[in-house]
Ligand binder design. Structure first.
Ligand code: PRP
Ligand code: URA
Length: 208
């Protein structure tokens, strides 16, 4: 399955602006939305197509259309919503799951506070979105929960990953491909990605 680093120049350029501590909350949010469109393009690149008969103003044709049930975007709250919004612009018919998790600052364990998902996850591709894969505790917990509720076909999209998080995630869920814009250098002693971009949720929403 493995890890895909999306190194498209537009993604890398926008990511650099997001990383800068000078970037405002408004710009950070707008850039995350823009990057999410490009990441969505990559993660959906191999979706299966079928054809259906339509009539253009000129003639009938067999035209390509997405096959299968509507996909699900699963947003890991809060910061996942920064990726979700743009992805829904590209796939407006997608269903949405919300997984509320926060990282306990002392233990770095993920604590669940909310979960709501479509009931028929087993028949759908579930694309889990969260900008940060640090220790991977949150991503692993989100996917544990989605699998418990029936999901079998999953992908994970983030903006930044730490090598430690990639290792833990791919061991815990080897069946789930990861898409990221960067694998950074390491985690620091507080479990933050470095060089990273700081706390994604705080930068998106202006909290601290
Ligand atoms: C951040 C981020 C991930 C998690 C990553 O969320 O959005 O969910 O940390 O860290 P991990 O890989 O070590 O689990 P946070 O818990 O800060 O919540 P927030 O999105 O509500 O700010
Ligand atoms: N969560 C964040 O938002 N940033 C990090 O660097 C690590 C976890």
């Amino acid at each position: 399955m493995g890890v895909t680093v999306v190194n498209h120049p537009l993604v890398q350029h926008k990511l650099t602006i997001m990383r800068s501590k000078e970037t405002s909350t408004a710009s950070f949010r707008r850039l995350l939305r823009e990057i999410s469109l490009l990441l969505c393009y990559e993660v959906t690149r191999d979706l299966e197509l079928t054809t259906k008969t339509i009539e253009t103003p000129m003639q009938e044709m067999e035209a390509p259309t997405l096959e299968g049930k509507k996909l699900v975007f699963a947003s890991v709250l809060r910061a996942g919503n920064g990726l979700l919004d743009g992805m829904l612009d590209l796939v407006p018919a997608a269903r949405v799951a919300h997984v509320g998790l926060y990282r306990d600052h002392d233990t770095l364990q993920a604590v669940e506070y909310f979960f709501k998902a479509p009931s028929d996850l087993e028949n759908r591709l579930v694309i889990v979105v969260d900008p940060m894969l640090a220790t991977a505790n949150s991503a692993v917990a989100a996917i544990d929960k989605l699998k418990e509720r029936g999901a079998t076909n999953l992908r994970f999209v983030c903006l930044l990953a730490a090598p430690e998080g990639v290792e833990r995630f791919t061991k815990a869920h080897p069946d789930v491909p990861v898409f990221t814009a960067s694998i950074d250098e390491k985690l620091n002693e507080k479990g933050y990605i470095v060089p990273g971009l700081g706390d994604a949720g705080d930068r998106m929403y202006g909290t601290k």
